[in-house]
Design a protein around this ligand. Structure first.
Ligand code: AMP
Ligand code: ZN
Length: 269
């Protein structure tokens, strides 16, 4: 099955409508560019949001590519500037956190902060869903990492659609590339000549994920699909473990959270 067909099949499975507004989280990379391109091509009602991390040339290049993509595709683009909103770049924020809380990986910090920004901005923009570019390789890696951590319940939110029914403040997230291998996405982005920054984030030096990625890279796409099928077969069990958890509102920022202080505020305080 080719990429476009798989994309369509995934959309059928997650049942999105053409009238609802979807916010595509645009990083400047190939994956989210392909998501925006194909959703727009399919006639969906999308807008884009980029979180400008203020990380020098890398961030500038990402923003330029996204602006070009949105201009070409006629997509309204929103930019959240970390430097303007938080007073410092992501590099500074991260170093400060790591100086006090040793051992937290770069990508873990950035990921938590980006997730919170996305959810909050999506609510402000009154969209019904957030679409991200996570692909089959990303998801297979994450599931394996969670297994190695001994915490499969961390994967309860994984899936082509994440409907956190526990709280309306959580915006539903969709991953239209959930079943599509990274190399296929890359080939497609190149074939369509999409404006993309192919450089890796200079701070992505989370050695554990790289280790897992290197291990999985040697495996066939079929094996990665099998990992995802395992996740789907175990989903009900994993969700049972998770359903025991309560949702709180962060005492600091008011966002929904698993504890009385959300992960983002816990890191940034
Ligand atoms: P990553 O974790 O960097 O592989 O990113 C996974 C997905 O998160 C991307 O495909 C985007 O949809 C979204 N994303 C990552 N970084 C950003 C960003 N700076 N701004 C907006 N969305 C982002
Ligand atoms: Zn908070």
């Amino acid at each position: 099955m080719n990429l476009e067909k798989k994309f369509e099949e995934t959309l059928k499975k997650i049942k999105i409508s053409k009238s609802e507004k979807i916010l595509v989280a645009l990083s400047g990379g190939k994956d989210s560019a392909v998501v925006a391109y194909l959703l727009k091509k399919g006639g969906y009602n999308i807008e884009g949001l980029h979180i400008d991390l203020g990380m020098g040339k890398y961030s500038e290049d990402c923003l330029k590519k996204i602006q070009e993509l949105c201009r070409n595709l006629k997509i309204k683009l929103w930019v959240f500037e970390v430097k303007k909103e938080f007073g410092n770049s992501m590099c500074y924020i991260r170093s400060k956190i790591q100086a006090e809380k040793k051992g937290i990986k770069n990508c873990a910090i950035c990921g938590v902060i980006k997730k919170r920004i996305l959810n909050k901005e999506a609510r402000k923009l009154e969209v019904s869903k957030i679409a991200t570019g996570h692909n089959l390789d990303d998801e297979a890696q994450t599931f394996l990492i969670n297994i190695f951590k001994g915490s499969p319940e961390l994967s309860s939110n994984s899936g082509a659609i994440t409907q956190n029914k526990k709280d309306k403040k959580f915006i539903t997230r969709i991953k239209p590339l959930f079943y599509i291998a990274e190399k296929e996405v890359k080939a497609y982005a190149m074939k369509m000549k999409l404006p993309v920054n192919y450089e890796k984030c200079p701070c992505a030096i989370d050695s554990y994920r790289i280790q897992i990625r290197n291990f999985l890279e040697k495996e066939k796409t079929r094996s990665k699909e099998n990992i995802i099928h395992c996740l789907e077969k175990l989903k009900n069990k994993v969700n049972e473990l998770k359903s025991l958890e309560k949702v709180f509102y962060c005492e600091n920022c008011g966002e929904p959270s698993r504890k009385n202080i959300c992960k983002s505020c816990e890191l940034m305080s």
